[in-house]
Ligand binder design. Structure first.
Ligand code: NAX
Length: 326
């Protein structure tokens, strides 16, 4: 089989790390013929938990798993890495000011970006899961001198999958019947799940489901699904988040074919999104690169929703600039 690929996970001792690692080691992310070397990057408080996960990985005796290495040193964690899943972050907690949130994440993603720039493999691909994901990805990208900007992405695949699942359920069809959904903008409550170009079977989605629902309750439900999971489950999304991160990387490396999905990628100005922002777009992956699908029609409703979420990204970018974090 192929030479092993080095995969680095930050936050490997946390919940999403726990849900992702076994599937990555089993071949769900890079395919059944691809051996992997795992690097688990944690902070000292998380090392013990990551060690426990490493013991369990050993107990799976996965044939594709070459090695597991633990470290709390980013320059070791990213040394030669081909794929980096940046999961550990400082998400917002109740009462936290935005400036404090961004400062705390600047202190994580600035140094990690620098370590990736200094140590990672030439083909490194990065997906940021830790919130605020888009802006954390921007911070890392801005510190990773020498790494092409488009190698930094943020995860909106979970939002995308939620949007697909909820639309299929509403229409009473199987998931594979649904195509052409887009998540636009920020992985936040302002995100815009767009079904205006979607199809269900061979019909436009808006001929199948109620258009008022699709532009009202549906958008809210997708955007607030994370809160719904917390409410029902008593904890944030874990299995579905790990699954989305794995699918994001799998599509990026192995390609989507004609199938469209959503990912937050560096804007080149597509759809009027300011250049350099890491914003969610309709994408396909071809030859190991994400391409924004550029020819979609944007009606007035969609325009307004996209602009609103992009404005939030601009204000996050300006805030981290103001704090000297980029
Ligand atoms: P956990 O708190 O279970 O795990 C986080 C782990 O990250 C901890 O073990 C912690 O020690 C580690 N960590 C913190 N700072 C680190 C650093 N500088 N370097 C390395 N490791 C570090 O959280 P979990 O449930 O796994 O969620 C992780 C992140 O995913 C959170 O920021 C969360 O907000 C975000 N999410 C993002 C989603 C998305 O769709 N983009 C959805 C799910 C999730 O809410």
């Amino acid at each position: 089989s192929h030479a092993p690929v080095t995969v680095t996970l930050t936050g490997a001792g946390g919940q999403i790390g726990y849900a992702a690692l076994f599937r990555i080691a089993a071949g769900d992310m890079l395919g059944p013929d691809q051996r992997v070397r795992l690097r688990l990057l944690e902070i000292p408080q998380g090392m013990r938990s990551a060690e426990g996960t490493a013991l369990e990985l050993a107990d799976c005796a996965f044939p594709l798993l070459d090695s597991v290495e633990l470290t709390d040193d980013a320059s070791i964690g990213f040394d030669g890495t081909n794929i980096a899943l940046l999961i550990g972050s400082r998400p917002r907690t109740a009462g936290m000011e935005r400036g404090d949130l961004l400062e705390a994440n600047g202190a994580i993603f600035g140094p990690q970006g620098r370590a990736i720039g200094a140590a990672a493999a030439d083909d490194v691909r990065v997906v940021v899961v830790g919130n605020p994901a888009n802006t954390n990805a921007l911070i890392a990208q801005q510190h990773a001198g020498g790494v092409p900007a488009e190698r930094f992405t943020a995860l909106t695949r979970l939002d995308h999958n939620r949007a697909v699942g909820l639309l299929a359920a509403e229409a009473g069809v199987a998931v594979p019947e649904v195509a052409g959904i887009t998540i636009w903008g920020n992985h936040s409550a302002t995100q815009y799940p767009d079904v205006s170009g979607a199809t269900i079977g061979d019909r436009p989605a808006l001929d199948v489901v109620d258009a008022e629902w699709a532009r009202g309750a549906y958008i809210d439900r997708v955007a607030k699904r994370g809160a719904e999971i917390i409410e029902v489950r008593g904890g944030s999304s874990v299995g579905s988040a790990a699954n989305a991160a794995i699918e994001h990387v799998r599509d990026w490396v192995l390609g989507t074919g004609e199938r469209r999905t959503s990912a937050a990628v560096v804007s080149r100005g597509e759809y009027g999104v300011p250049e350099g922002l890491i914003s969610s777009f309709p994408v396909r992956a071809v030859d190991g690169a994400w391409n924004v699908v550029e020819d979609l029609e944007i009606d007035a409703f969609s325009r307004e929703r996209i602009d609103r979420s992009v404005a939030e990204l601009v204000s996050e970018r300006d805030a981290v600039r103001g704090l000297g974090l980029i």
